[in-house]
Design a protein around this ligand. Structure first.
Ligand code: PBG
Length: 333
């Protein structure tokens, strides 16, 4: 038996050599920290299913963002938990709604030095937990009225932009939402405010801990399968992405991330705008839960997963590991 001539192992012999030939580098600049701010609380509230993540008070949110900035993080995305919910989710567009007041705080603290994103949806604000205005479909079931919901999204976008958001991120998966939001922003003079569209957002079982974080229960044991995507489909994701870009999306997103690396890859290969991926609450929680039991090395798995998302083609990753990664400061295990 003759010895092999090609020896890929030559390039793996030391950490220095592996760093030299690494194809993908995870950087703090790639990451966006999702943050929750809750109206009417005096102390931050831990979220049991999202270890290390809290529902912030206005003040603790300011402190957290200042600390993230000191660690080099350049972007955050805000989610609001209102004190009162109602049928149309009016807290999402109220100028004094919790995300709007939090945005004003952060703009006064950081101006343009931190990219301030706002998730644009109403599920955190509605009493029924759906991402829009619900109507009875005549058969006793609740369905979301797409076009009535668009008006609410337009108002929310303008309220967020008025409050200083640099990026609004519609996550409700209503058809036509990006076009309506772009038009409303432009009409209000917010031509500089960008849209990060949750374009290919799947009706995933991985959002469970997030629903704890924003106190959302969908009425009547409902789900979002009537508006979010079916996990069996990838062509459908391409169609959603194309529509969003045609409607004016500045960046597009695939969500969740790990089970959809093929979607990320296909999107990244076909668009000319930045591609984001959301490493969602369930993905974070699974790593923590298995790590706590000693079944996996949570830090190593987190790095492996985030790097894989980038390798698949995402330029931007929304992840609850942002602070952890920024504190650690290195991409190697
Ligand atoms: C909708 C929204 C959701 C998430 C982000 N935006 C929940 C949903 O669609 O049910 C989930 C994020 C996560 O799981 O980390 N406002």
């Amino acid at each position: 038996m003759s010895a092999p001539i090609d020896r890929p192992r030559r390039l793996r012999r030391s950490a220095a050599m592996r760093a030299l030939v690494a194809e993908v580098h995870l950087r703090v600049d790639d990451l966006v920290a999702p943050l929750f701010v809750r109206e009417g609380i005096d102390e931050p509230q831990p979220i049991e299913s999202l270890p290390g993540v809290v529902q912030h008070t206005r003040e603790s949110l300011r402190a957290e963002v200042a600390e993230l900035k000191a660690l080099g993080v350049k972007a955050v995305i805000l989610f609001g938990v209102p004190a009162e919910k109602d049928a149309v989710g009016s807290g999402a567009y109220d100028p004094d709604g919790i995300v709007q007041v939090a945005l004003r705080d952060l703009v006064s603290d950081h101006g343009d030095d931190m990219v301030l994103m706002a998730d644009l949806c109403v599920d955190e604000y509605t009493s029924h937990g759906h991402c829009g205005i619900v109507v009875d479909n005549g058969l006793g079931a609740l369905v979301v009225d797409n076009d009535a919901t668009l008006e609410i999204y337009a108002r929310a976008a303008v309220a967020q932009a008025d409050a200083g958001a640099h990026v609004v991120a519609p996550s409700g998966m209503m058809d036509g939402q990006v076009a309506v939001i772009r038009e409303a922003l432009d009409d209000a003079g917010h031509t500089e405010v960008a849209i990060l569209a949750y374009s290919a957002k799947y009706a995933s079982a991985l959002y469970g801990p997030f629903r704890d974080a924003v106190d959302v229960t969908i009425a009547d044991d409902g789900d979002r399968k009537g508006y979010q995507q079916d996990h069996r489909n990838v062509r459908e994701a391409m169609r959603e992405v194309e529509l969003d870009i045609a409607e004016g999306a500045d960046m597009v997103m695939v969500k969740p991330a790990l089970a959809y690396l093929d979607v990320i890859s296909e999107v990244a290969n076909s668009v000319d705008v930045p591609v984001a991926a959301y490493h969602v609450s369930g993905e974070y929680a699974m790593i923590h839960a298995a790590g706590e039991r000693g079944w996996i090395d949570a830090d190593a798995v987190a790095l492996e997963h985030l790097t894989a998302i980038k390798r698949a083609g995402a330029n931007i990753i929304l992840t609850y590991f942002t602070r952890w990664f920024a504190e650690r400061g290195v991409e190697g295990v």
